[in-house]
Each structure stands twice: as structure tokens, then as C-alpha cells.
Design a protein around this ligand. Structure first.
Ligand code: SAM
Length: 292
């Protein structure tokens, strides 16, 4: 997949009216905090066409009615809606300049600190982890940095997403070559078993560092369940939210982070509107945010 809201397409689409679009947008926003700009009608038409056809519905008004009134399948249909509306684009070692900063600054600082205090513990949260490539990449980076010493560390990488489908994929730890398109070849050789037919299986010692679970960043009670973290990765997720939702999510991240905690967002995402909570620090090619 490439680009914002791309993929999941289907031809032979029913047109959505402006009124229907606004109603559906509100339902999606209330459910997930994802906000669709006016120019996203085509995205809805493209992604929802197969679902309308499956339900034998002839208009978006009928689908909205189905969503609101269909007692038996109501929550199921909301899950279906979530699957259709989320964009799960990701890859192993995505945005390597950020990952180098994580390795050489954030992780180095945590390791140096542990040498002084003797406390060998690191807690990372990957919020909006999609099919697992991001948290597993972090687990590989920890293996590379700590080597055999890793056994002496208590490591927890908590990885969450709102989409059940991507979490199922993540839990399997089996990927195609496409997922590894931005991964250095020596890392592929070291941490994956080539199963043939372009299929690669992640090594169990990496896999066991990551715990997956479903959460909705729009629900404070879901977020409150996440253990406090030294580092949060939430890359290419808040880009889909409006300003109110961003503020809420970032306030929850601020609460979740331990003192001196670090936050990584996507390289095109700016946090200028929460200056009171996070201090930016410029590195070569990337900005990290530090809890105030
Ligand atoms: C584009 S992917 C980013 C994956 C990864 N962080 C990366 O940068 O490669 C965005 C992910 O955010 C998830 N997401 C969107 N809204 C969410 C919400 N309200 N709560 C939890 N996850 C959400 C989507 O399901 C999707 O898997």
C-alpha cells in the first residue's frame, strides 16, 4: 500500500451524497477519532463498496441505518467499519533515521543510566502498531544493542492497534518480502527464517519481547490499561486525527510516560500545539519529543 488512505479498493461503486458522507464521518469520528476531510468521499466509495454489496444495500443511507439499527450485528458492524476505515501501511525499519536516533540517543541514555543504577528495565509502547513491523523492529534493535546482556534485562514492548485484523497478522510473526523492503539484508538473515515463496518467519527470541493487544486511542479507559513507558512510538497514526483528538491522545501519552520519557511521532507530524507537555529536540534528520 502507498499514500494516505490508499488501498482496499473496489470498482463498481455506489455514490455517497454529501449528507450521507457527513453522517458516516461522524460515526467514524465518534468510534475512532479518525477524521475524514471533505475530499475523502472517494475513499469511502472505494473501500465500502464490497461491504454494501455483501449486505445487498443499495445506498449509503441504507448502510447508515444498518449501522444504527441492526441490533444483532451492531457491534460486529462497527468492527467491520474500523477495518475498512483504518490505513495500516507499515514496514520493518520504516524511517531508519528515526530508529538510529532511538538507538544512539534514547536507548544509549537508558543503558548508560542502568549502568549507574543497576536497574536493567525498559518499557516501550508502540501505539498504532499495525501488523507488528514497528514493535518487532524495536525488539530487533534491542537485541542488536544489548547482545547477550539482553537476558539480564526486563524488557516489555506493548503493541496496540484498533484493528483486529492487523493484530492477528502481528501475532503470527510471519511476513512477506514486501514487509522487509526497508530492512538491511544482514538483519533479515539474522532474525528471520526464509520459508520459501517470499515468506519470512520472525525468530522466537524477538517475537517473545512484544505483547500485542487491541486498544482504541479514543477511549481513555483503554489507554489507562497500558503500563507506564520509558518510550512511546506513535508514528503515522495521529495524522488521521483532528486537533481535539490529537490533544487528547497526546495528553494520555504525557500521563503514560515515566519521568524523562521520550515520544516518537511520524516524521511529518508536529506537536507544536502541546508545547506545555513535550519539548522537541532536533537530531540529524529527526525530532524527538521529551516529556516536560
Ligand atoms: C499507518 S499505520 C502506522 C503503523 C506504524 N506505526 C508505522 O508507522 O509504520 C496506522 C495505524 O493506526 C491504527 N489506528 C488508527 N486509529 C486508531 C485508534 N483510534 N486507536 C488505535 N489505533 C488506531 C490503524 O489501525 C493503523 O494500523
Amino acid at each position: 500500500m502507498s499514500g494516505l488512505f490508499s488501498g482496499k479498493g473496489f470498482s463498481g461503486k455506489i455514490k455517497i451524497t454529501q449528507n450521507e458522507f457527513v453522517q458516516l464521518r461522524d460515526i467514524i469520528y465518534e468510534l475512532s477519532g479518525i477524521y475524514l476531510q471533505d475530499n475523502r468521499k472517494f475513499l469511502i466509495e472505494n473501500r465500502f463498496a464490497p461491504r454494501l454489496s455483501e449486505l445487498n444495500l443499495k445506498s449509503y443511507s441504507a448502510y447508515i441505518n444498518y449501522l444504527k439499527n441492526h441490533n444483532k450485528g451492531k457491534t460486529e458492524e462497527l468492527s467491520m467499519l474500523t477495518e475498512l476505515i483504518t490505513t495500516n501501511e507499515t514496514s520493518f525499519f520504516r524511517d531508519n533515521s528515526q530508529l538510529k536516533v532511538f538507538r544512539n540517543h534514547t536507548l544509549k541514555k537508558i543503558i548508560d543510566e542502568s549502568n549507574k543504577t543497576g536497574r536493567r528495565e525498559i518499557k516501550i509502547w508502540s501505539a498504532g502498531c499495525s501488523s507488528g513491523e514497528e514493535p518487532y523492529t524495536l525488539a530487533i534493535i534491542l537485541h542488536e544493542a544489548l547482545k547477550d546482556e539482553i537476558r539480564k534485562w526486563r524488557i516489555s514492548i506493548t503493541a496496540n492497534d484498533i484493528s483486529t485484523n492487523v493484530l492477528k497478522m502481528a501475532q503470527k510473526g510471519i511476513y512477506t518480502r514486501h514487509a522487509l523492503r526497508t530492512t538491511p539484508i544482514h538483519i533479515v538473515k539474522k532474525y528471520f527464517k526464509d520459508r520459501g515463496n517470499e515468506v519470512f518467519q520472525l525468530n522466537p527470541e524477538v517475537k517473545r519481547l512484544v505483547r500485542f493487544g487491541k486498544i482504541n486511542l479514543n477511549l481513555d479507559r483503554d489507554v489507562a490499561r497500558i503500563p507506564k513507558s520509558n518510550v512511546i512510538f506513535c508514528r503515522n497514526v495521529i495524522i488521521y486525527f483532528d486537533k481535539n483528538m490529537k490533544k487528547k491522545v497526546l495528553s494520555n501519552f504525557h500521563n503514560n510516560l515515566l519521568d524523562n520519557g521520550h515520544l516518537y511521532v511520524g516524521h511529518s507530524e508536529s506537536l507544536h500545539f502541546v508545547k506545555d507537555k513535550f519539548k522537541p529536540r532536533q537530531h540529524a534528520g529527526t525530532i524527538t519529543y521529551h516529556k516536560i
